[in-house]
Design a protein around this ligand. Structure first.
Ligand code: NAD
Ligand code: GLY
Length: 358
């Protein structure tokens, strides 16, 4: 088992990464002191893993809530149902909410904890690779609104993150690859050495080799913990984590959020960002090819749907990163170095969109 720390003063917390953590009562009890625990999962993850967890904490009162599975249920209505259960069971401010599942459950359980009695403790027990490397760390919680994704939310840091790599064995392979896209994202933004390592270990990662997975999760969490420590509220560097997201947002929105997984859209979006960086003279064509080859090695898509440059531009314009009418983008200055900027030529953006979206 490995342990990292997210350093945020009195809101600091540990991240544990290990095989079989969900049944490791000693580690769980070390961070979860509350007698009353609300275990939030969904109808897919709950039947697989909730019992392991409750068996590991026999001395606690654990109330189990299972949400329907899917991004479409990441709404205030379902957060309200979680709050109803907390109230109905007379949970006090000393309770802890446990988020067992992927990013959807994590964001909703975390937001419920942020709202209940003006904020109670919560812990993340992520069961998708995306949640283990990204959404469980950093304290962004919330729900979608008909007007946009993640529009309602709060920063609320967990008290601990327990990433049990054994849970990835039941994850659909497509979801695993979507999580690997986020791992590649950290390497492209921050760490060229990690990128070399990913190129060399793609086969082991896709085959769920435990040591390779643990290393990829640990390095991703270290990189994310470091940027969250520097910029918890996304006033600066944390925005770099949006590499590929603005182009990816156009892909997701144009395809109705149903055909592409978020990580798949981010993968293609990162390639488009690399290509635009090359058009601006920041990156060589050889490095763009290296990004494309790496994504292909992980069986991630590299071709955007041919929705047309104008439509892609329109979708990018409703992204949250637009400021004063200008789309801000994360561009690559090298592999392992990125910048968040509105300072680029419109011609380069239009040429990039035409090349990828038709
Ligand atoms: P998800 O939570 O929808 O999980 C994907 C699917 O896998 C679901 O059907 C889920 O039930 C299933 N699943 C989860 N764990 C499983 C397991 N071990 N075995 C079998 N099936 C399993 O999707 P996700 O990719 O984990 O998260 C996406 C969400 O995360 C989005 O809502 C996104 O907005 C959010 N997100 C939040 C942050 C943040 O910082 N808070 C960062 C990135 C993404
Ligand atoms: N997933 C982006 C962030 O946490 O800031």
């Amino acid at each position: 088992m490995m342990q990292l720390n997210v350093s945020l003063g009195e809101r600091s917390y540990p991240i544990f990464i290990g095989h079989g953590l969900l049944s490791d009562g000693a580690v769980l009890r070390g961070c979860l002191q509350a007698q009353d625990l609300l275990l939030v999962s969904n109808t897919t993850v709950g039947p697989l893993y909730a019992e392991l967890l409750t068996a590991a904490l026999p001395d606690r009162r654990i109330v189990d809530v299972r949400l329907p599975d899917g991004e479409q249920y990441k709404t205030l209505e379902y957060v309200s149902r979680v709050l109803d259960v907390l109230v109905a069971n007379r949970f006090g401010r000393d309770c802890t909410v446990l988020a067992l599942g992927g990013g959807v459950v994590g964001d909703m359980a975390g937001f419920s904890a942020a709202c209940y009695q003006r904020g109670v403790a919560f812990a993340q027990l992520p069961t998708t690779l995306l949640a283990q490397v990204d959404s469980s760390v950093g304290g962004k919680t919330g729900v979608n609104h008909p007007g946009g994704k993640n529009l309602i939310g709060a920063f609320h840091q967990p008290v601990a993150v327990f990433s049990d790599t054994a849970t990835l064995a039941t994850l659909p392979p497509r979801e695993l690859r979507a999580g690997l896209a986020e791992v590649i994202k950290y390497a492209l933004i921050f760490d060229a050495v990690f990128l070399d390592w990913l190129e060399a270990h793609a086969a082991e990662l896709l085959a769920l080799q435990p040591e390779a997975l643990a290393h990829a999760i640990r390095r991703s969490c270290e990189l994310k913990a470091d940027v969250v420590r520097r910029d918890e509220r996304e006033a600066g560097d944390r925005a770099l984590l949006n590499l590929g997201h603005t182009f990816g947002h156009a892909i997701e929105a144009a395809t109705g959020y149903t055909q592409w997984l978020h990580g798949e859209a981010v993968a293609t979006g990162m390639l488009i960002a690399a290509d635009m960086s090359a058009r601006l003279g920041l990156l060589s064509d050889a490095l763009v090819s290296r990004v494309r080859d790496l994504l292909r090695r992980f069986d991630l898509p590299v071709q955007a749907p041919r929705i047309g440059a104008q439509r892609a531009f329109d979708y990018m314009g409703v992204d949250k990163k637009v400021k004063a009418g200008r789309i801000r983008l994360v561009l690559l200055e090298n592999l392992g170095a990125a910048r968040f900027t509105a300072d680029y030529s419109n011609d380069a953006l239009q040429a990039t969109l035409a090349a990828h979206f038709g």
